[in-house]
Design a protein around this ligand. Sequence first.
Ligand code: ATP
Length: 334
Amino acid sequence: STRVLTGITTSGTPHLGNYVGAVRPAITASAAPGVESFFFLADYHALIKVSDPARVQRSTLEIAATWLACGLEPDKVWFYRQSDIPEIPELTWLLTCVAGKGLLNRAHAYKAAVDRNTEAGEDPDAGVTAGLFMYPVLMAADILLFNAHRVPVGRDQVQHIEMARDFGQRFNHLYGEHFTLPEAVIEAQVATLPGLDGRKMSKSYDNTIALFAPREQLRKLIFSIVTDSRAPGEAKDADASNVFQLYQAFASDAETTAMRTAFADGIAWGDAKQALFERIDAEVAPLREKYEALMARPADIEATLRDGAARLRERHATPALKALREAVGLRDLS
Ligand code: ATP
């Protein structure tokens, strides 16, 4: 079977971008025959960006409830919290010792921080933690521990998958064929959703529309999307519009074509936003109901996560680390 791995960082409340870019396609893909899916809550990754423990805990619960509300079946897929698997940070160290520092210097997230500092005339590494620098190694461990074949990602993450391949290859070269080299899968039809301010919707930018915001709040958030000042009756450029991009991610092809025409015909922003709100709410409302029921029973979510991690450790993680420790010359812990 093909192993497919998807993680979401527990750095905040899940949003429409996480749904369209990760949750919805991953759950659809998991139903295909011959697919073994790994869905995880990336809480070690969250610590790179968030130092608010309550936020990380709340986000963990919210993201778990989101996966479950959207149809993840915990008996049919691997569903776990990253930090419940101690073999992940252990593998991270083994990979750190084969990871080229020069390669990490070129990682996008780190380079972006250095470039920002340099432009501002500061020390290039000001405020940059080793966690941000090492993030691709942790991500490689997430993937290589389970010998995942495919990792669906946005374009900006392709480089990190290539790094995982590089670290895995070096390890295999030194210690024997332990790792399957993963492939990035760029889902061309999956859009990157813009946030309220027009930048990429991201938990880190606080520009998100929460996936399960209560109905009235969803409406308010959608009406607060930044638009240009074109008046009703004036033609509007669909391709340059955040409202249109969001609409497209939730509408059928026929609805999208009709909306494109409405933009050219000068639909009022208020009407476009109302249509967007109704389209999103129609898809999300039944899921929201399930989400709210799940969030009312946090102990059940916790039990599901612990059970998933325990089974995954027994089946994959613990035996994998046993073999890897032996391969590099460390003592057998079992
Ligand atoms: P953070 O700011 O903490 O990185 P994020 O909200 O940008 O959070 P992640 O948790 O890193 O998102 O990503 C989880 C998944 O959601 C990934 O598969 C990512 O591609 C997808 N995703 C995140 N933001 C968007 C977006 N704006 N549009 C489409 N997909 C997105």
